[in-house]
Design a protein around this ligand. Structure first.
Ligand code: 6PG
Length: 479
C-alpha cells in the first residue's frame, strides 16, 4: 500500500498525467494498463518517477492506500464502463474512481448514480490541455461528491496548470458538472478555431498575403487583447513549410476538418436546453460542410459574385478583421457561459461561472488573456444573465461593431464563407433588437395550430379564430 494515487490506461494522456503526478512532492503513483507492455515501457522509460506497476486490478488496488484513488484515462464509452466495473470488484466504500476521459456528461450522471450505490465515489473530470498539458499542467474540471473533493483537491491542485498564481482546478459541481463544463469548453474551442480560420481566409483572399506573412499578423495579434494559445499556435502552423514540396504546410493539408464529437454534444445539449449557441453550432457545421467532398465537388460551379474581393487599404482591412474576430469571440464565450448557466439550472448544479473562467486561464486549449476579463465580469456581477453585457465587453463590442459589420458585408459580397463571423453578428443584433419577428412566428403558429400567443398590452393567453370570424378569444396557454 505504497501509492496514494493510481492511473489506469497508459496511452499518451494517461502516461503523461501519471508522470505529472509522480513529479509532485508527496505522490507515489500506481500504474495499470490492460496490455502489460505499456506499463513495462512506462516504468522502464521513467525510473525517476518511482511508479508502482500493477499487472492486475487486484494488485492495483492492493498497492493503493485508503481511500484508494484511481484516475481512469481510457476511451470514452464502453472501455470506460469496463474499467469502472473492474475497479468496483476490487475497490471498497469510500474509495474514489475518477474518469478523466472526454465522457458525455449524461453518461457521467448515470455512472455516478450506479457507482454511488456501492459506496464508492465516482468523479467525472474534464481534462484539457492535450498531451503537453497532461504532462506539465492541465486545466482540470472535476465533478463528483464533496467527500471525494476532500481527498482529490490537494492532489489535483498539485498537478494543475497555474494562472495568476492560482491552480487551474476547482470543484465544478456534483455528478456530471465537470464533464458538462469540459464539453462546453470544447464547443468554445470549436468556435474560437473557426473564427481564427475565417480571419485567416479573409486576409489571405483579401490581401494575397502568404501564410508566412499572415503568421506574422497572428503573432502580432498575440501581443494584444487577442493573446491566446490558439492564436499563438495558428502563427506556428501558418509558418510551417512542407518538407516534401516546399509549399506552406497549410496548402498541402486536405481541407476537411475532423471532429471527435464534443462540439456536436455541446450543440445538441444546447438545443435541448434551448440555449442559442449559434457561433458554436456554425463552427461545428462548418467542419461538417468541409468534410463532404462529394457535395463540394458537385457544387464548385454554383454561381458566385462577379467581383473578386478588392482591398485598397490592407492595414485597415486587417485591423477590421481583428476587430470582427474579437467581437465574434466575445459572442462565442458569452454563448458558452450561457449554456453552462442553463445546464446548471437544469441539472441542479451550483456552478461558479467566475471560477470556471479562472481555471480556463491556464493549461487548456482555450487559455487566453481574455478570460481575465470574463473573471472580472463575474466577480463584479456573479448572476450576470448575458456575459457580453458586462461593461468591459460592451465597450469592446462598441469599438468593434462597425468593423464587424463591414467585414461580414465584405465576406458576403465577395462570396467568402464566414459563418461564425456572421452568425455571431446576427446573435448580437438579435439580442439588441427592441422587437423581433418572433411575433409573426407566434401569429403563424396560432393560425395553423391554435398554439396561442400573449399580447404586449394585456396579461393572458389568446387565440384568434382564424377559420371563423377572426375575432380574438382568451385561451389556455399551450406554448
Ligand atoms: C482539450 C481538447 C481535447 C479534444 C481535442 C479533439 O481540451 O485538450 O479539447 O480534449 O478532445 O481537441 O477535439 P476534436 O477532435 O473534436 O476536434
Amino acid at each position: 500500500q505504497s501509492a496514494n494515487i493510481g492511473v489506469v490506461g497508459l496511452a499518451v494522456m494517461g502516461s503523461n498525467l501519471a508522470r505529472n503526478l509522480a513529479s509532485r512532492e508527496g505522490n507515489t503513483v500506481a500504474v495499470y494498463n490492460r496490455s502489460r507492455s505499456k506499463t513495462d515501457d512506462l516504468v522502464a522509460e521513467h525510473p525517476e518517477a518511482g511508479f508502482v506497476p500493477a499487472f492486475s486490478y487486484e494488485q492495483f488496488a492492493a498497492s493503493l492506500h485508503k481511500p484508494r484513488t484511481a484516475i481512469v484515462m481510457v476511451k470514452a464509452g464502453g472501455p470506460t464502463d469496463a474499467v469502472i466495473d473492474a475497479l468496483l470488484e476490487v475497490f471498497e466504500p469510500g474509495d474514489i474512481i475518477v474518469d478523466g476521459g472526454n465522457a458525455l456528461f449524461t453518461d457521467t450522471i448515470r455512472r455516478e448514480k450506479t457507482v454511488r450505490e456501492t459506496g464508492v465515489n465516482f468523479v467525472g473530470m474534464g481534462v484539457s490541455g492535450g498531451e503537453e498539458g497532461a504532462l506539465l499542467g492541465p486545466s482540470l474540471m472535476p465533478g463528483g461528491s464533496d467527500e471525494s473533493w476532500v481527498t482529490l483537491g490537494p492532489i489535483l491542485r498539485s498537478i494543475a496548470a497555474v494562472a495568476e498564481g492560482e491552480p487551474c482546478v476547482t470543484h465544478i459541481g456534483h455528478d456530471g458538472a465537470g464533464h458538462f463544463v469540459k464539453m462546453v469548453h470544447n464547443g468554445i474551442e470549436y468556435a474560437d478555431m473557426q473564427l481564427i480560420a475565417e480571419a485567416y481566409d479573409l486576409i489571405r483572399r483579401g490581401t494575397g498575403k502568404s501564410p508566412a506573412e499572415i503568421a506574422e499578423i497572428f503573432a502580432e495579434w498575440n501581443r494584444g487583447e487577442l493573446e491566446s494559445y490558439l492564436i499563438e499556435i495558428t502563427a506556428e502552423v501558418l509558418r510551417q513549410t512542407d518538407a516534401a514540396t516546399g509549399r506552406p504546410l497549410v496548402d498541402v493539408i486536405l481541407d476537411q476538418a475532423g471532429a471527435k464529437g464534443t462540439g456536436a454534444w455541446t450543440v445538441q445539449t444546447a438545443l435541448s436546453l434551448g440555449v442559442p449557441v449559434s457561433g458554436i453550432a456554425e463552427a461545428t457545421f462548418a467542419r461538417s460542410l468541409s468534410s463532404h467532398p462529394e457535395q463540394r465537388s458537385v457544387s464548385r460551379n454554383l454561381p458566385g459574385p462577379v467581383e473578386a474581393l478588392q482591398v485598397d487599404d490592407v492595414d485597415a482591412f486587417i485591423e477590421e478583421v481583428r476587430l470582427a474576430l474579437y467581437a465574434s469571440k466575445i459572442v462565442a464565450y458569452s454563448q458558452g457561459f450561457d449554456e453552462i448557466r442553463a445546464g446548471a439550472a437544469e441539472y441542479g448544479w451550483s456552478i461558479d461561472l467566475g471560477a470556471v473562467s479562472k481555471i480556463w486561464r491556464g493549461g487548456c486549449i482555450i487559455r487566453a488573456q481574455f478570460l481575465n476579463r470574463i473573471a472580472e465580469a463575474y466577480d463584479a456581477a456573479p448572476d450576470l444573465p448575458v456575459l457580453l453585457t458586462a461593461p468591459y465587453f460592451v465597450e469592446a463590442l462598441g469599438r468593434a461593431q462597425d468593423a464587424w459589420r463591414r467585414i461580414v458585408q465584405t465576406a458576403a459580397g465577395a462570396g467568402i464563407p464566414a459563418p461564425a463571423f456572421s452568425s455571431s453578428l446576427s446573435y448580437y443584433d438579435g439580442l439588441r433588437a427592441e422587437r423581433l419577428p418572433a411575433a409573426l412566428i407566434q401569429g403563424q403558429r396560432d393560425f395553423f395550430g391554435a398554439h396561442t400567443y400573449r399580447r404586449v398590452d394585456r396579461e393572458g393567453t389568446f387565440h384568434t379564430l382564424w377559420s371563423g370570424d377572426r375575432t380574438e378569444v382568451e385561451a389556455e396557454d399551450t406554448h
